[in-house]
Design a protein around this ligand. Structure first.
Ligand code: FAD
Length: 523
Protein backbone atom coordinates (compact mmCIF):
# COMPACT_ATOMS: atom_id res chain seq x y z
CA UNK A 1 0.00 0.00 0.00
CA UNK A 2 1.67 3.26 -1.07
CA UNK A 3 -0.10 6.50 -0.24
CA UNK A 4 -0.13 10.08 -1.45
CA UNK A 5 -1.06 13.36 0.24
CA UNK A 6 -0.53 17.09 -0.14
CA UNK A 7 0.97 17.61 3.33
CA UNK A 8 2.56 14.87 5.43
CA UNK A 9 2.72 15.69 9.16
CA UNK A 10 5.12 13.59 11.27
CA UNK A 11 4.19 13.48 14.99
CA UNK A 12 0.85 13.19 16.78
CA UNK A 13 1.45 15.50 19.73
CA UNK A 14 -0.42 18.76 20.30
CA UNK A 15 1.58 20.45 17.54
CA UNK A 16 0.96 17.78 14.87
CA UNK A 17 -2.73 17.41 15.76
CA UNK A 18 -3.07 21.22 15.83
CA UNK A 19 -1.49 21.55 12.37
CA UNK A 20 -3.78 18.86 11.02
CA UNK A 21 -6.86 20.76 12.29
CA UNK A 22 -5.58 24.11 11.07
CA UNK A 23 -4.91 22.76 7.55
CA UNK A 24 -8.28 20.96 7.49
CA UNK A 25 -10.09 24.20 8.39
CA UNK A 26 -8.28 25.87 5.47
CA UNK A 27 -9.29 23.03 3.13
CA UNK A 28 -5.76 21.65 2.65
CA UNK A 29 -5.51 17.82 2.62
CA UNK A 30 -3.05 16.25 5.07
CA UNK A 31 -2.04 12.90 6.49
CA UNK A 32 -0.47 12.59 9.96
CA UNK A 33 1.74 9.67 11.01
CA UNK A 34 2.49 8.95 14.65
CA UNK A 35 4.70 6.10 15.80
CA UNK A 36 2.60 5.39 18.92
CA UNK A 37 -0.72 7.01 19.80
CA UNK A 38 -1.69 10.69 20.06
CA UNK A 39 -0.11 12.28 23.20
CA UNK A 40 2.61 9.62 23.53
CA UNK A 41 5.36 12.27 23.62
CA UNK A 42 5.64 15.43 25.74
CA UNK A 43 1.98 16.27 25.03
CA UNK A 44 0.92 13.43 27.36
CA UNK A 45 3.85 13.86 29.76
CA UNK A 46 3.69 17.45 31.00
CA UNK A 47 2.43 19.28 34.09
CA UNK A 48 -0.91 20.38 32.60
CA UNK A 49 -0.40 24.05 33.46
CA UNK A 50 -2.36 26.56 31.42
CA UNK A 51 0.36 29.18 31.69
CA UNK A 52 -0.67 32.79 32.07
CA UNK A 53 2.86 33.62 30.97
CA UNK A 54 3.69 35.07 34.40
CA UNK A 55 6.39 32.43 34.94
CA UNK A 56 8.33 33.85 31.98
CA UNK A 57 7.44 37.55 32.36
CA UNK A 58 10.80 38.60 33.89
CA UNK A 59 13.16 36.24 32.05
CA UNK A 60 11.51 35.60 28.64
CA UNK A 61 8.99 38.39 27.82
CA UNK A 62 8.27 37.09 24.31
CA UNK A 63 7.29 33.62 25.61
CA UNK A 64 5.19 35.38 28.30
CA UNK A 65 3.24 37.38 25.69
CA UNK A 66 2.66 34.27 23.56
CA UNK A 67 1.37 32.40 26.61
CA UNK A 68 -1.14 35.05 27.73
CA UNK A 69 -2.49 35.48 24.19
CA UNK A 70 -2.93 31.72 23.74
CA UNK A 71 -4.28 31.35 27.30
CA UNK A 72 -7.14 33.70 26.35
CA UNK A 73 -7.77 31.98 23.00
CA UNK A 74 -7.81 28.48 24.54
CA UNK A 75 -10.33 29.58 27.18
CA UNK A 76 -12.63 30.49 24.25
CA UNK A 77 -12.06 27.54 21.91
CA UNK A 78 -11.43 24.73 24.41
CA UNK A 79 -13.18 25.64 27.68
CA UNK A 80 -13.98 21.95 28.30
CA UNK A 81 -10.22 21.16 28.43
CA UNK A 82 -9.53 23.90 30.99
CA UNK A 83 -10.12 24.36 34.68
CA UNK A 84 -10.07 28.05 35.43
CA UNK A 85 -8.31 27.72 38.77
CA UNK A 86 -6.32 30.96 38.75
CA UNK A 87 -2.81 30.89 40.14
CA UNK A 88 -0.74 32.33 42.97
CA UNK A 89 2.96 33.26 42.88
CA UNK A 90 4.05 32.79 46.47
CA UNK A 91 7.06 34.57 48.04
CA UNK A 92 8.91 32.83 50.86
CA UNK A 93 11.19 34.87 53.17
CA UNK A 94 14.31 33.89 51.18
CA UNK A 95 12.71 35.11 47.90
CA UNK A 96 12.47 38.68 49.22
CA UNK A 97 10.32 41.55 47.95
CA UNK A 98 12.56 42.76 45.13
CA UNK A 99 11.83 39.97 42.64
CA UNK A 100 8.12 40.28 43.41
CA UNK A 101 8.17 43.98 42.48
CA UNK A 102 10.02 43.21 39.19
CA UNK A 103 7.61 40.35 38.54
CA UNK A 104 4.51 42.54 38.89
CA UNK A 105 6.06 45.17 36.62
CA UNK A 106 7.10 42.60 33.95
CA UNK A 107 3.63 40.98 34.00
CA UNK A 108 2.14 44.42 33.38
CA UNK A 109 4.42 44.94 30.36
CA UNK A 110 3.43 41.50 28.95
CA UNK A 111 -0.29 42.26 29.45
CA UNK A 112 -0.82 39.72 32.27
CA UNK A 113 -3.26 40.81 35.00
CA UNK A 114 -1.89 40.60 38.54
CA UNK A 115 -3.34 41.18 42.00
CA UNK A 116 -0.89 41.50 44.90
CA UNK A 117 -2.07 39.72 48.07
CA UNK A 118 -0.88 39.90 51.66
CA UNK A 119 0.24 36.65 53.31
CA UNK A 120 -3.02 36.66 55.31
CA UNK A 121 -5.18 37.05 52.22
CA UNK A 122 -3.30 34.28 50.38
CA UNK A 123 -3.58 31.96 53.39
CA UNK A 124 -7.32 32.51 53.63
CA UNK A 125 -7.60 31.48 49.95
CA UNK A 126 -5.18 28.53 50.21
CA UNK A 127 -5.00 27.34 53.84
CA UNK A 128 -2.33 24.69 53.13
CA UNK A 129 0.26 27.31 52.12
CA UNK A 130 3.23 27.80 54.41
CA UNK A 131 2.51 30.31 57.20
CA UNK A 132 6.09 31.58 56.67
CA UNK A 133 5.04 33.05 53.30
CA UNK A 134 5.55 36.82 53.04
CA UNK A 135 2.99 37.52 50.29
CA UNK A 136 1.56 36.33 46.98
CA UNK A 137 0.45 37.60 43.58
CA UNK A 138 -2.68 36.34 41.85
CA UNK A 139 -2.44 35.63 38.07
CA UNK A 140 -4.72 34.01 35.43
CA UNK A 141 -3.03 30.56 35.40
CA UNK A 142 -5.19 27.44 35.05
CA UNK A 143 -5.11 23.70 34.49
CA UNK A 144 -5.42 22.06 31.07
CA UNK A 145 -6.24 18.48 30.04
CA UNK A 146 -3.80 17.70 27.21
CA UNK A 147 -5.37 14.35 26.31
CA UNK A 148 -8.81 15.76 25.50
CA UNK A 149 -7.23 18.77 23.79
CA UNK A 150 -5.12 16.70 21.38
CA UNK A 151 -7.71 14.00 20.65
CA UNK A 152 -10.39 16.63 19.97
CA UNK A 153 -8.12 18.54 17.58
CA UNK A 154 -7.55 15.26 15.73
CA UNK A 155 -11.23 14.24 15.71
CA UNK A 156 -12.28 17.63 14.40
CA UNK A 157 -9.59 17.53 11.70
CA UNK A 158 -10.69 14.03 10.68
CA UNK A 159 -14.31 15.13 10.38
CA UNK A 160 -13.04 17.75 7.89
CA UNK A 161 -11.09 15.26 5.76
CA UNK A 162 -7.69 14.95 7.47
CA UNK A 163 -6.22 11.43 7.69
CA UNK A 164 -4.16 9.73 10.44
CA UNK A 165 -1.98 6.66 10.65
CA UNK A 166 -1.26 5.81 14.28
CA UNK A 167 1.35 3.28 15.45
CA UNK A 168 3.14 4.08 12.18
CA UNK A 169 6.76 5.21 12.32
CA UNK A 170 8.67 7.26 9.78
CA UNK A 171 11.80 5.23 9.05
CA UNK A 172 13.18 7.17 6.09
CA UNK A 173 12.70 10.33 4.03
CA UNK A 174 12.36 10.08 0.26
CA UNK A 175 14.80 12.42 -1.43
CA UNK A 176 14.75 13.42 -5.10
CA UNK A 177 17.79 15.60 -5.72
CA UNK A 178 17.41 18.69 -3.52
CA UNK A 179 13.83 17.91 -2.57
CA UNK A 180 12.11 15.76 0.08
CA UNK A 181 9.10 14.21 -1.63
CA UNK A 182 7.71 11.93 1.07
CA UNK A 183 8.60 9.34 3.67
CA UNK A 184 9.06 5.62 4.16
CA UNK A 185 6.98 4.34 7.06
CA UNK A 186 6.44 1.13 9.01
CA UNK A 187 3.27 -0.01 10.77
CA UNK A 188 4.67 -0.97 14.19
CA UNK A 189 1.89 -3.47 14.88
CA UNK A 190 1.64 -5.37 11.58
CA UNK A 191 5.24 -4.70 10.45
CA UNK A 192 3.96 -3.56 7.02
CA UNK A 193 6.26 -1.06 5.26
CA UNK A 194 5.13 1.45 2.64
CA UNK A 195 5.78 4.94 1.31
CA UNK A 196 3.82 8.19 1.50
CA UNK A 197 4.42 10.72 -1.29
CA UNK A 198 3.82 14.37 -0.31
CA UNK A 199 4.38 17.86 -1.70
CA UNK A 200 5.32 19.17 1.78
CA UNK A 201 6.64 17.26 4.81
CA UNK A 202 6.29 18.77 8.29
CA UNK A 203 8.54 17.46 11.04
CA UNK A 204 6.44 18.02 14.20
CA UNK A 205 8.17 15.42 16.34
CA UNK A 206 9.18 17.71 19.24
CA UNK A 207 12.12 16.16 21.08
CA UNK A 208 12.59 13.65 18.21
CA UNK A 209 13.11 16.45 15.64
CA UNK A 210 16.78 15.64 15.12
CA UNK A 211 16.05 11.92 14.69
CA UNK A 212 13.85 12.74 11.70
CA UNK A 213 16.33 15.32 10.38
CA UNK A 214 19.18 12.81 10.62
CA UNK A 215 17.31 10.78 7.96
CA UNK A 216 18.13 13.68 5.60
CA UNK A 217 21.62 14.23 7.02
CA UNK A 218 20.54 17.42 8.86
CA UNK A 219 20.34 18.60 12.46
CA UNK A 220 19.27 21.67 14.44
CA UNK A 221 20.39 23.04 17.82
CA UNK A 222 18.06 21.71 20.48
CA UNK A 223 18.80 20.75 24.08
CA UNK A 224 16.78 17.82 25.43
CA UNK A 225 15.70 18.45 28.99
CA UNK A 226 13.99 15.73 31.04
CA UNK A 227 11.42 16.93 33.55
CA UNK A 228 9.96 14.66 36.24
CA UNK A 229 6.66 15.11 38.04
CA UNK A 230 4.77 13.52 40.97
CA UNK A 231 1.01 13.01 41.34
CA UNK A 232 -0.55 13.26 44.79
CA UNK A 233 -3.51 11.27 46.03
CA UNK A 234 -5.51 14.41 46.87
CA UNK A 235 -5.90 17.92 45.53
CA UNK A 236 -3.60 20.13 47.58
CA UNK A 237 -4.82 23.54 46.47
CA UNK A 238 -7.66 25.14 44.54
CA UNK A 239 -5.25 27.29 42.52
CA UNK A 240 -1.99 26.69 40.68
CA UNK A 241 0.79 27.49 43.16
CA UNK A 242 4.08 28.87 41.79
CA UNK A 243 7.13 30.15 43.60
CA UNK A 244 7.73 33.88 43.06
CA UNK A 245 11.36 33.71 41.97
CA UNK A 246 13.20 33.24 38.64
CA UNK A 247 12.03 29.96 37.01
CA UNK A 248 13.79 27.03 38.67
CA UNK A 249 13.17 23.36 39.38
CA UNK A 250 10.56 22.24 41.93
CA UNK A 251 8.48 25.39 41.97
CA UNK A 252 4.99 24.60 40.59
CA UNK A 253 1.97 22.70 41.95
CA UNK A 254 -0.92 22.26 39.50
CA UNK A 255 -4.33 21.08 40.72
CA UNK A 256 -5.72 18.53 38.27
CA UNK A 257 -9.28 17.43 38.88
CA UNK A 258 -9.11 15.40 42.12
CA UNK A 259 -5.29 15.34 42.42
CA UNK A 260 -2.28 17.69 42.19
CA UNK A 261 0.78 17.47 39.94
CA UNK A 262 4.09 18.55 41.45
CA UNK A 263 6.96 19.55 39.20
CA UNK A 264 9.35 19.69 37.70
CA UNK A 265 13.02 18.83 37.46
CA UNK A 266 15.28 19.69 34.53
CA UNK A 267 18.06 17.26 33.61
CA UNK A 268 19.75 16.61 30.27
CA UNK A 269 17.93 13.65 28.65
CA UNK A 270 19.94 10.83 27.14
CA UNK A 271 17.19 8.38 26.21
CA UNK A 272 14.07 9.62 24.41
CA UNK A 273 12.04 6.45 24.93
CA UNK A 274 12.72 5.47 28.56
CA UNK A 275 13.02 8.24 31.07
CA UNK A 276 13.01 6.84 34.59
CA UNK A 277 12.31 9.13 37.53
CA UNK A 278 15.19 8.81 40.00
CA UNK A 279 14.88 8.69 43.84
CA UNK A 280 16.96 11.91 43.96
CA UNK A 281 14.39 13.71 41.78
CA UNK A 282 11.52 12.47 43.99
CA UNK A 283 13.28 13.64 47.20
CA UNK A 284 14.14 16.97 45.58
CA UNK A 285 10.55 17.65 44.49
CA UNK A 286 9.10 16.68 47.88
CA UNK A 287 11.65 18.78 49.82
CA UNK A 288 11.50 21.82 47.56
CA UNK A 289 7.71 21.96 47.10
CA UNK A 290 6.93 21.29 50.76
CA UNK A 291 8.48 24.69 51.44
CA UNK A 292 5.35 26.19 49.82
CA UNK A 293 2.87 23.52 51.06
CA UNK A 294 4.32 21.75 54.13
CA UNK A 295 1.58 19.04 54.03
CA UNK A 296 3.29 17.59 50.93
CA UNK A 297 5.69 15.75 53.27
CA UNK A 298 2.83 13.58 54.58
CA UNK A 299 1.07 13.07 51.20
CA UNK A 300 0.52 9.76 49.47
CA UNK A 301 1.89 9.87 45.92
CA UNK A 302 0.17 7.75 43.30
CA UNK A 303 2.65 8.03 40.46
CA UNK A 304 5.84 9.62 39.12
CA UNK A 305 6.41 10.27 35.43
CA UNK A 306 8.70 12.24 33.16
CA UNK A 307 8.72 13.91 29.76
CA UNK A 308 11.38 15.45 27.54
CA UNK A 309 11.32 19.10 26.42
CA UNK A 310 13.06 20.11 23.21
CA UNK A 311 14.56 23.51 24.02
CA UNK A 312 15.56 25.48 20.95
CA UNK A 313 19.08 26.85 21.42
CA UNK A 314 19.11 30.34 19.98
CA UNK A 315 21.76 31.90 22.24
CA UNK A 316 24.36 30.87 24.77
CA UNK A 317 22.60 29.87 27.98
CA UNK A 318 24.43 28.54 31.02
CA UNK A 319 21.53 26.43 32.28
CA UNK A 320 18.61 24.70 30.52
CA UNK A 321 16.21 26.89 32.54
CA UNK A 322 17.75 29.92 30.75
CA UNK A 323 16.87 28.63 27.26
CA UNK A 324 13.73 30.27 25.87
CA UNK A 325 10.45 28.33 25.97
CA UNK A 326 9.66 29.88 22.58
CA UNK A 327 9.34 27.76 19.44
CA UNK A 328 11.19 27.58 16.12
CA UNK A 329 9.76 27.06 12.63
CA UNK A 330 12.63 26.06 10.37
CA UNK A 331 12.44 26.05 6.57
CA UNK A 332 15.07 23.56 5.43
CA UNK A 333 15.00 25.06 1.93
CA UNK A 334 16.37 28.41 3.04
CA UNK A 335 18.52 26.94 5.84
CA UNK A 336 19.93 23.80 4.18
CA UNK A 337 18.94 24.07 0.51
CA UNK A 338 16.53 21.11 0.86
CA UNK A 339 13.02 21.79 -0.48
CA UNK A 340 9.76 20.33 0.82
CA UNK A 341 10.73 19.90 4.49
CA UNK A 342 10.03 22.12 7.50
CA UNK A 343 10.53 21.53 11.23
CA UNK A 344 8.40 23.00 14.01
CA UNK A 345 9.65 22.34 17.55
CA UNK A 346 10.06 23.83 21.04
CA UNK A 347 7.26 25.94 22.54
CA UNK A 348 4.70 24.87 25.12
CA UNK A 349 1.54 22.82 25.15
CA UNK A 350 -0.45 26.01 25.42
CA UNK A 351 1.25 27.56 22.38
CA UNK A 352 0.44 24.51 20.20
CA UNK A 353 -2.30 26.42 18.31
CA UNK A 354 -0.03 29.35 17.51
CA UNK A 355 2.72 26.93 16.37
CA UNK A 356 0.17 25.22 14.13
CA UNK A 357 -1.05 28.57 12.76
CA UNK A 358 2.48 29.71 11.84
CA UNK A 359 3.22 26.35 10.21
CA UNK A 360 -0.02 26.36 8.19
CA UNK A 361 0.60 30.02 7.16
CA UNK A 362 4.00 28.92 5.86
CA UNK A 363 2.53 25.96 3.93
CA UNK A 364 -0.13 28.23 2.40
CA UNK A 365 2.53 30.74 1.32
CA UNK A 366 4.52 27.89 -0.26
CA UNK A 367 1.41 26.70 -2.11
CA UNK A 368 0.56 30.24 -3.21
CA UNK A 369 -2.74 30.15 -1.26
CA UNK A 370 -4.32 32.98 0.70
CA UNK A 371 -6.62 31.22 3.17
CA UNK A 372 -6.87 32.73 6.66
CA UNK A 373 -6.42 30.74 9.87
CA UNK A 374 -9.66 29.94 11.72
CA UNK A 375 -8.47 28.00 14.76
CA UNK A 376 -8.54 31.04 17.06
CA UNK A 377 -12.24 31.54 16.22
CA UNK A 378 -13.66 28.05 15.76
CA UNK A 379 -14.27 26.22 19.09
CA UNK A 380 -13.44 22.53 19.36
CA UNK A 381 -16.48 20.26 19.01
CA UNK A 382 -16.79 19.46 22.75
CA UNK A 383 -16.54 23.12 23.79
CA UNK A 384 -19.97 23.21 25.41
CA UNK A 385 -19.36 20.11 27.55
CA UNK A 386 -18.52 20.26 31.26
CA UNK A 387 -15.46 18.24 32.24
CA UNK A 388 -15.01 18.38 36.00
CA UNK A 389 -15.58 15.45 38.38
CA UNK A 390 -18.99 16.98 39.22
CA UNK A 391 -19.86 17.26 35.52
CA UNK A 392 -18.96 13.61 35.01
CA UNK A 393 -21.12 12.65 38.01
CA UNK A 394 -24.07 14.61 36.62
CA UNK A 395 -23.66 13.09 33.14
CA UNK A 396 -23.51 9.64 34.65
CA UNK A 397 -26.72 10.25 36.63
CA UNK A 398 -28.75 12.02 33.97
CA UNK A 399 -27.48 10.89 30.56
CA UNK A 400 -26.96 7.17 31.03
CA UNK A 401 -30.03 5.06 31.83
CA UNK A 402 -29.70 3.25 35.19
CA UNK A 403 -29.62 -0.24 33.62
CA UNK A 404 -26.59 0.71 31.50
CA UNK A 405 -24.80 2.65 34.22
CA UNK A 406 -21.88 0.28 34.70
CA UNK A 407 -18.77 2.02 36.10
CA UNK A 408 -15.41 0.74 34.95
CA UNK A 409 -13.29 3.27 36.86
CA UNK A 410 -14.65 4.36 40.26
CA UNK A 411 -11.89 6.90 40.92
CA UNK A 412 -12.53 8.89 37.74
CA UNK A 413 -16.17 7.91 37.09
CA UNK A 414 -15.58 6.34 33.68
CA UNK A 415 -18.71 4.49 32.58
CA UNK A 416 -18.56 1.40 30.38
CA UNK A 417 -20.48 3.48 27.82
CA UNK A 418 -17.39 5.66 27.26
CA UNK A 419 -15.23 2.65 26.43
CA UNK A 420 -17.94 1.05 24.28
CA UNK A 421 -18.16 4.29 22.25
CA UNK A 422 -14.39 4.27 21.62
CA UNK A 423 -14.47 0.60 20.62
CA UNK A 424 -17.34 1.33 18.22
CA UNK A 425 -15.07 3.82 16.38
CA UNK A 426 -13.02 0.72 15.47
CA UNK A 427 -9.63 2.43 15.73
CA UNK A 428 -8.22 0.99 18.95
CA UNK A 429 -4.98 -0.91 18.32
CA UNK A 430 -3.33 -0.82 21.77
CA UNK A 431 -4.58 -0.62 25.36
CA UNK A 432 -2.97 2.84 25.64
CA UNK A 433 -5.30 4.06 22.86
CA UNK A 434 -8.24 3.56 25.25
CA UNK A 435 -6.40 5.06 28.24
CA UNK A 436 -5.47 8.19 26.24
CA UNK A 437 -9.13 8.75 25.27
CA UNK A 438 -10.77 8.34 28.71
CA UNK A 439 -9.74 9.09 32.30
CA UNK A 440 -9.55 5.34 32.96
CA UNK A 441 -6.55 4.44 35.18
CA UNK A 442 -5.69 8.14 35.74
CA UNK A 443 -7.16 8.25 39.26
CA UNK A 444 -5.81 7.45 42.69
CA UNK A 445 -5.66 3.64 42.23
CA UNK A 446 -3.79 4.11 38.91
CA UNK A 447 -5.73 1.35 37.19
CA UNK A 448 -5.41 -1.06 40.10
CA UNK A 449 -9.17 -1.66 40.17
CA UNK A 450 -10.31 -0.85 36.66
CA UNK A 451 -7.98 -2.39 34.13
CA UNK A 452 -9.10 -5.96 34.76
CA UNK A 453 -12.69 -4.74 34.37
CA UNK A 454 -11.66 -3.23 31.05
CA UNK A 455 -10.19 -6.57 30.05
CA UNK A 456 -13.58 -8.14 30.80
CA UNK A 457 -15.26 -5.65 28.45
CA UNK A 458 -12.68 -6.31 25.71
CA UNK A 459 -13.18 -10.03 26.18
CA UNK A 460 -16.97 -9.76 25.96
CA UNK A 461 -16.69 -7.73 22.78
CA UNK A 462 -14.05 -10.14 21.44
CA UNK A 463 -11.59 -7.27 21.06
CA UNK A 464 -8.69 -8.49 23.19
CA UNK A 465 -7.23 -10.76 20.50
CA UNK A 466 -6.88 -7.78 18.14
CA UNK A 467 -4.84 -6.05 20.88
CA UNK A 468 -2.49 -8.99 21.32
CA UNK A 469 -4.46 -11.09 23.83
CA UNK A 470 -5.46 -10.52 27.46
CA UNK A 471 -2.14 -11.63 28.93
CA UNK A 472 -0.11 -9.30 26.75
CA UNK A 473 -2.44 -6.36 27.46
CA UNK A 474 -2.35 -6.96 31.21
CA UNK A 475 1.40 -7.51 31.32
CA UNK A 476 2.05 -4.36 29.26
CA UNK A 477 -0.25 -2.32 31.50
CA UNK A 478 1.23 -3.63 34.76
CA UNK A 479 4.77 -3.00 33.55
CA UNK A 480 3.94 0.63 32.69
CA UNK A 481 2.06 1.08 35.96
CA UNK A 482 4.96 -0.36 37.94
CA UNK A 483 7.42 2.07 36.30
CA UNK A 484 5.28 4.98 37.51
CA UNK A 485 4.68 3.66 41.01
CA UNK A 486 8.12 2.30 41.92
CA UNK A 487 9.73 5.74 42.52
CA UNK A 488 7.03 6.75 45.06
CA UNK A 489 6.66 3.55 47.07
CA UNK A 490 6.78 4.31 50.76
CA UNK A 491 4.30 4.73 53.61
CA UNK A 492 0.65 4.51 52.57
CA UNK A 493 1.54 4.14 48.85
CA UNK A 494 3.37 0.92 49.70
CA UNK A 495 0.36 -0.36 51.67
CA UNK A 496 -2.01 0.38 48.76
CA UNK A 497 0.36 -1.32 46.33
CA UNK A 498 0.46 -4.46 48.46
CA UNK A 499 -3.35 -4.52 48.45
CA UNK A 500 -3.46 -4.17 44.64
CA UNK A 501 -0.80 -6.86 44.27
CA UNK A 502 -2.75 -9.33 46.39
CA UNK A 503 -5.94 -8.56 44.40
CA UNK A 504 -4.15 -9.34 41.13
CA UNK A 505 -2.50 -12.45 42.53
CA UNK A 506 -5.87 -13.67 43.85
CA UNK A 507 -7.82 -12.83 40.69
CA UNK A 508 -5.37 -14.57 38.40
CA UNK A 509 -4.40 -17.29 40.87
CA UNK A 510 -0.69 -16.45 40.47
CA UNK A 511 2.21 -17.98 42.39
CA UNK A 512 4.80 -15.42 43.61
CA UNK A 513 7.09 -16.42 40.70
CA UNK A 514 4.33 -15.97 38.12
CA UNK A 515 3.40 -12.63 39.69
CA UNK A 516 7.04 -11.47 39.42
CA UNK A 517 7.05 -12.25 35.68
CA UNK A 518 3.63 -10.75 35.11
CA UNK A 519 4.41 -7.36 36.61
CA UNK A 520 7.89 -6.86 35.24
CA UNK A 521 9.87 -8.04 38.25
CA UNK A 522 7.80 -6.61 41.11
CA UNK A 523 8.06 -9.33 43.82
C1 FAD B 1 8.26 17.83 32.07
C2 FAD B 1 7.48 18.73 31.16
C3 FAD B 1 6.50 19.57 31.70
C4 FAD B 1 5.80 20.43 30.85
N1 FAD B 1 4.79 21.19 31.39
C5 FAD B 1 4.07 21.98 30.57
C6 FAD B 1 2.97 22.70 31.09
O1 FAD B 1 2.62 22.59 32.27
N2 FAD B 1 2.29 23.54 30.24
C7 FAD B 1 2.64 23.68 28.93
O2 FAD B 1 2.01 24.48 28.23
N3 FAD B 1 3.65 22.96 28.40
C8 FAD B 1 4.36 22.11 29.18
N4 FAD B 1 5.38 21.36 28.66
C9 FAD B 1 5.69 21.49 27.22
C10 FAD B 1 4.74 20.69 26.35
O3 FAD B 1 4.46 19.43 26.90
C11 FAD B 1 5.34 20.51 24.96
O4 FAD B 1 5.80 21.76 24.50
C12 FAD B 1 4.33 20.02 23.94
O5 FAD B 1 3.59 18.93 24.45
C13 FAD B 1 5.07 19.60 22.67
O6 FAD B 1 4.15 19.05 21.76
P1 FAD B 1 4.69 18.49 20.38
O7 FAD B 1 3.51 18.00 19.64
O8 FAD B 1 5.54 19.52 19.73
O9 FAD B 1 5.68 17.29 20.78
P2 FAD B 1 5.29 15.76 21.34
O10 FAD B 1 4.07 15.86 22.14
O11 FAD B 1 6.52 15.29 21.97
O12 FAD B 1 4.95 15.02 20.00
C14 FAD B 1 5.91 14.50 19.12
C15 FAD B 1 5.39 13.16 18.60
O13 FAD B 1 6.22 12.71 17.54
C16 FAD B 1 6.19 11.30 17.55
N5 FAD B 1 7.32 10.77 16.77
C17 FAD B 1 8.63 10.83 17.07
N6 FAD B 1 9.37 10.21 16.12
C18 FAD B 1 8.49 9.74 15.20
C19 FAD B 1 8.63 9.00 14.00
N7 FAD B 1 9.84 8.59 13.57
N8 FAD B 1 7.53 8.68 13.29
C20 FAD B 1 6.29 9.06 13.71
N9 FAD B 1 6.10 9.76 14.87
C21 FAD B 1 7.18 10.10 15.59
C22 FAD B 1 6.30 10.98 19.04
O14 FAD B 1 5.86 9.67 19.33
C23 FAD B 1 5.43 12.07 19.66
O15 FAD B 1 4.10 11.62 19.92
C24 FAD B 1 6.08 20.46 29.46
C25 FAD B 1 7.02 19.58 28.92
C26 FAD B 1 7.70 18.71 29.76
C27 FAD B 1 8.65 17.74 29.16
Amino acid sequence: MDLQTEVLIIGGGATGAGISRDLALRGIPSLLVEKDDFTSGASGRNQGLLHSGARYAVTDPEAARECITENRILRRIAPHCIEDTGGLFVSLPEDGHEYRANFIRACGVAGIDTEPLSAREALSMEPKLSPLMIGAVQVPDGAIDPFTLVVENARDAESRGARFLLHTEVTGLIREGLRISGARVKDRITGEEFTIAASQVINATGAWANEILSLAGLSIGIALSKGSMLITNTRLSERVINRCRPPASGDIIVPNDTVSILGTTSLRAEDLENHAVTPEEVSFLVDELSRMIPAIKGERFTRAYAGVRPLVQTAQAGDDREISRGFALIDHQSRDGLEGLITITGGKLITYRLMAEKTADFICARMGLHVPCLTHLQPLPGAGRGHTFQDRLLRLRHQIPAFRRELLCDCELVPREAVDAILREGKVRELQDILHRTRLAKGTCQGGFCVYRLLGVLNERRKEEGLGGSNRILKGFLEERWKGIRPVLWGTSLKEEELIESIYKGLFNLTPEEAATADGGHP
